[in-house]
Design a protein around this ligand. Structure first.
Ligand code: NAD
Length: 507
């Protein structure tokens, strides 16, 4: 692969020499600190798997320190007025915007995601903070529920210190999506980012500190899932855990949090169908299908990784997908022309590559890709499997790479059966120009989010989340506050009701 030097490379070089040359620490109680044990781990560049940075590796001691700091800070943060929280969170958004280039380059360097998508991910991070900043003053609002003799009113109060555990695919943006509503609600946070892409979380902590967030309100502990992550989910001072990651990890967290009765919110895996009927605008559908599986390296929970295509158009439509896939530019993630960068980690690369053999063994055809690109790094060619059946592993399992499985269907009933015949239920995409079918099909599809004649376009007040093995709970808009806050009912007697008298001596 040819190396083109551009401003992104210059910035990446500077960041490697400055920020990444020192051990990346935890941020606890407003201080940058090493692990109590002194332990560290290394993170590597997905481009060539060479050393990128040394990271403090947290364990139960560091989590305990962070949980206590979050607990102490909660007593004051919960009393800070909504207007003041709004101001601080807007300042966070301003600083994210100001440093968006640095965030994008760092994220690209650590995750392998193409810079063209990481720039918009940084901007989305700022939007998340702005959106929840504006809602902070009304987060506690409740209902008035009067009845005879009583005035009932509800209010919401922050649940307490919360744990936020995030995955490696688009870590900066996903962290803001969880942390911004928690802070707007009045909760304090202990964040445990993924060990495969930990560096941008440090930038977020720095930005929040600079924006004036009091010490202890946001804490960051790096480390592995089975140590730092597990301790966070078990800690008695942590009242809720917002988790984004794999379905099996979600099950572990539910078990780990059982003794302390953790409230959990899970955003898990997906094997999302995109259903293309023969009456659809096929040019637009093609753009959306290609975008939703091959953007973000296919490392995206809402990727449309199964395309169900009506029989009559199957051959031509898959031919067009294969043609597009073969022209996708795979390469250096810092090159603005690159469309797919390297996968995050050699272990993930091996997992994705293993599905090429599985596809062959199961009798599917590899119509595009199905091989690595280059001899070093974690680069995979965008792949299309055709002649696939829905019961094959390539149609049932989340591959989480730039790999699409195409399955033909006969009619609407067949399409709905295939779309729902999977353990997951995060998102579904539907392409048809038949209005009544669109509504009927969307209502029958087992998924938390459905887009009709569109790729995933987010509107922040709408509920985000999945059904079946794809998750528990929703966030977005007010749905996020339902998770981070407790609803309290206060009943006030107007003094007119009669209270039953017990133990009164009979005359
Ligand atoms: P993962 O489950 O392996 O790890 C996610 C986080 O959990 C990491 O920080 C990890 O350290 C931590 N963890 C692991 N074991 C733990 C334990 N026992 N206790 C506590 N924490 C633990 O997921 P990943 O491989 O980092 O991310 C990819 C997955 O994330 C995919 O399945 C993808 O679909 C999912 N994802 C879902 C959404 C969504 O919104 N539904 C969004 C992005 C990613």
């Amino acid at each position: 692969m040819t190396q083109i030097t551009n401003t992104n490379h210059e910035l990446a070089k500077q960041l490697r020499e400055s920020r990444l040359s020192k051990t990346i620490q935890h941020f606890i109680g407003g201080q940058w600190v090493d692990s109590q044990s002194g332990a560290t781990f290394d993170t590597h560049s997905p481009v060539d798997n060479t050393f990128l940075a040394k990271i403090a590796s947290g364990d139960a001691h560091d989590i305990d320190r962070a949980a206590k700091a979050a607990h102490d800070a909660f007593q004051t943060w919960r009393e800070v007025g909504g207007q003041e929280r709004k101001k601080i969170l807007h300042r966070v958004a301003d600083l994210i915007e100001k440093r968006s280039q640095e965030i994008a380059v760092l994220e690209s360097t650590d995750t392998g995601q193409a810079i063209r998508f990481m720039k918009s991910a940084a901007t989305r991070g700022a939007e998340n903070f702005r959106f929840f900043a504006d809602l902070a003053p009304s987060a506690a609002d409740g209902q008035s529920l009067p009845t005879t003799g009583f005035l009932n009113y509800t209010m919401r109060q922050p649940i307490g210190p919360v744990g936020v555990i995030t995955p490696w695919n688009t870590p900066f943006m996903l962290s803001t999506w969880k942390i911004a509503p928690a802070l707007a609600a009045g909760c304090t946070v202990v964040h445990k980012p993924a060990e495969w892409s930990p560096v941008s979380a440090t930038l977020l902590a720095e930005i929040m500190d600079e924006a004036g967030l009091p010490g202890g309100v946001h804490n960051l502990v790096h480390g592995f899932g089975e140590s730092a992550g597990k301790s966070l989910t078990e800690h008695p001072l942590i009242k809720a855990v917002a988790f984004v990651g794999e379905t099996t990890t979600g099950s572990h967290i539910m078990r780990q949090g059982a003794d302390t009765l953790k409230r959990v919110h899970f955003e898990l895996g997906g094997k999302n169908p995109v259903v293309v009927f023969d009456d659809a605008d096929l040019d637009k559908a093609l753009d959306a299908v290609v975008f939703m599986i091959y953007s973000l390296n296919g490392e995206r929970c809402t990727s449309s990784s199964r395309v169900l295509i009506q029989e009559g158009i199957y051959d031509e439509f898959t031919r067009r997908i294969a043609e597009r896939a073969s022209h996708i530019r795979v390469g250096d993630p810092l090159d603005p022309e690159t469309e797919i960068g390297p996968l995050v980690h050699p272990r993930h690369f091996e997992k994705v590559m293993s599905y090429f053999d599985k596809a062959r063994e199961e009798g599917a055809t590899i119509a595009a890709g199905g091989e690595r690109v280059g001899e070093t790094g974690n680069f995979v060619r965008p792949t299309l499997f055709t002649q696939a059946r829905n019961d094959m592993r390539i149609a049932q399992e989340e591959i989480f790479g730039p790999v699409l499985t195409a399955i033909p269907f006969k009619d609407e009933a067949d399409a709905l059966h295939l779309a729902n015949d999977v353990a997951y239920g995060l998102a579904g995409y539907l392409w048809t120009n038949d209005l009544t079918r669109a509504h009927r099909f969307a209502q029958g599809l087992e998924a938390g989010m459905i887009w009709v004649n569109s790729e995933n376009v987010r509107h922040l007040p709408t509920p985000f989340g999945g059904v079946k093995n794809s998750g528990i709970g929703r966030d977005g808009g007010d749905y996020s506050f339902e998770f981070y806050m407790e609803t309290k009912n206060i009943a006030i007697s107007l003094g007119t009701h009669k209270t039953a008298k017990l133990g009164v001596k009979k005359e």
